[in-house]
Design a protein around this ligand. Structure first.
Ligand code: PGA
Length: 232
């Protein structure tokens, strides 16, 4: 079983959601499919697909205008939440410490955080990928509870380029060893960044790759279904 996790980012209306989730109903797959929707689309999930959110407040309630708490997400039957996506880190100044607090808040509410890490192009070019990713993992994960790590090199997101299979394997192995060092070796590690129907099966079957995080290609059934079907 591989995780196939869609990230809709700031896209989609109720009818877009209905179209996609209806099409997923008829797909037979052993993979665990999860679609992380914008907050506005989390309500009313009658389609049977597991849904996730894209952010969670580190606070449990109170005067935090615009934020959404773990309790609010659980109330809508949300089981997973992305935390520390590179766009949150970049546009909302989320540090590893904030990401850790958000992941901890998710776990407190029985929601599994999908903790995103990944190096920038400059860090890659400086040969710092492994040290950057290792630090991000160690500083972003909660002290206890189950979570998923998503490796998403920033330069591959929305870019139509991916690392080579060898590069992905090497980073995932580093993440695996880092997690083993804190006795979390059973944590799923998924890859994200320009996944499409052409590269999905190859990437998903690499060593230490437990699934995929998919942005653009998760928005429509004609791009998402071929990915789900190709990953065995
Ligand atoms: P992309 O986005 O698949 O469109 O590159 C991935 C992500 O940001 O999660």
């Amino acid at each position: 079983m591989k995780f196939i996790i869609g990230n809709w980012k700031m896209n989609g209306t109720t009818s877009d959601k209905e179209l996609l989730l209806k099409s997923l109903k008829n797909v037979h797959t052993d993979n665990k499919v999860i679609i992380c929707l914008p907050f506005t689309l989390l309500c009313g999930n009658d389609f049977g697909t597991t849904i996730g959110a894209q952010d969670i407040s580190e606070h449990s309630n109170g005067a935090y205008t615009g934020d959404i708490s773990g309790q609010m997400l659980t109330d809508l039957d949300v089981k997973y939440v992305l935390v520390g996506h590179s766009e949150r880190r970049l546009y909302h100044n989320e540090t590893n410490q904030i990401v850790k607090a958000k992941a901890t808040a998710a776990i407190k509410n029985n929601i599994i955080p999908i903790i995103c890490v990944g190096e920038t192009a400059d860090e890659k070019n400086a040969g710092r990928t492994m040290s950057v990713v290792k630090k991000m993992v160690l500083e972003s994960v909660p002290n206890s509870g189950a979570y998923i790590i998503a490796y998403e090199p920033r330069w591959a997101i929305g870019a139509n380029i991916t690392p080579t299979p060898d590069e992905i394997t090497a980073v995932h192995e580093t993440i695996f060893k880092t997690l083993r060092g804190i006795k979390k070796e059973n944590t799923p590690i998924i890859y994200g960044g320009s996944v499409d129907a052409k590269n999905a099966a190859v990437i998903a079957n690499l060593d230490h790759v437990d699934g995929l995080l998919i942005g653009r290609a998760s928005l429509k059934s004609d791009t998402l279904l071929p990915i789900i079907k190709s990953v065995k």
